[in-house]
Design a binder for this molecule. Structure first.
Ligand code: SF4
Ligand code: SF4
Length: 269
């Protein structure tokens, strides 16, 4: 019988064996996984919270039961490389693009694994879509991972898991017979739990992030600045769309901070 541990191991083995360039061979740590209830009312809220056309699990896979959300943390050397102010580090841009290019292969592997065990699984076609006008997607991995109990949102708008927020998220809709996980009720962000920290705000080079809000346009402008420099690693969101660009990255609001590699509130407890 298929179990949550089997899927966790399958993801872990896949990324361990994934062929990485010799000069860039350690970029990921062991993943975290969680399962979001495919029928939870929160899915409808995502149409207001994220995008009016946010996908619903049943649209992707009729009969969906739980949505597997997984987090692949970047290794410490990748996070640390992005510590200087200004542009993102080349290591950050490269790890971002390699990880995004790896996800479709990993997802196909896990879908195959699940179907071999008699269940169905599928990814949202919207997962690679980025609405450049509204600067948002139609399938928010962060919100899905929140619903799957993987963490809570930081002041930096990232999902802070028990392994921090420095990494990449993904999700697969399934008909697996697993109990759904519950969203966390306690905050993982120091600012949200005690009003302290704000290191992410201080690190933001564009002024997009403040204690009271987030300016998407300012943030995206900073990402495009990086994209104009980092054209050699690929471009996750523009390839195939006829738009020549580079790596739309920044990440200064997640590296290296109290919540980069750990849950800072858990550490305090
Ligand atoms: S840097 Fe501090 S305030 Fe910002 S998200 Fe992390 S814990 Fe919260
Ligand atoms: S990604 Fe960069 S520009 Fe955007 S909020 Fe974070 S630090 Fe600021």
């Amino acid at each position: 019988m298929i179990t949550k541990n089997m899927i966790q191991s399958e993801i872990e083995h896949f990324i361990q064996k994934y062929p990485l360039p010799d000069d860039f061979s350690h970029i990921w740590e062991a993943p975290l996984t969680g399962y979001a209830d495919a029928s939870h009312p929160y899915w409808k809220e995502l149409k207001n919270l994220v995008h009016r056309e946010h996908d619903q699990p049943m649209e992707i896979l009729p009969g969906a039961t739980v949505v597997l959300a997984y987090f692949i943390p970047f290794s410490k050397n990748i996070g640390q490389s992005n510590r200087f102010c200004g542009l993102a580090s080349p290591e950050w841009a490269r790890a971002y693009e390699i990880t995004n290019a790896m996800f479709p292969k990993l997802n196909q592997h896990i879908i195959h694994f699940i179907t071999e065990h008699g269940y169905q699984a599928a990814v949202s076609k919207a997962s690679g879509f980025f609405d450049r006008e509204n600067i948002t997607g139609r399938w928010s991995f962060r919100h899905i991972a929140f619903l799957a109990g993987l963490g809570t949102f930081g002041l930096n708008r990232m999902l802070i898991t028990n392994k921090g927020c420095c990494g990449r998220l993904n999700a697969i809709v399934t008909t697996l017979p697993f109990a759904a996980d519950e969203p966390s009720v306690s905050e993982n962000c120091l600012y949200k739990s005690s009003g302290s920290c704000m290191a992410c705000v201080k690190n933001c080079p564009s002024g997009a992030l403040t204690s009271s809000g987030f300016d998407r346009k300012l943030c995206f402008t900073q990402c495009l600045k990086n994209a104009s420099v980092y054209t050699q690693f690929g471009s996750s969101y523009t390839e195939g769309n006829g738009s020549a660009s580079g790596s739309e990255v920044c990440g200064k609001c997640l590296t290296p901070l109290p919540c980069t590699f750990q849950n800072p509130c858990q550490k305090q407890n």
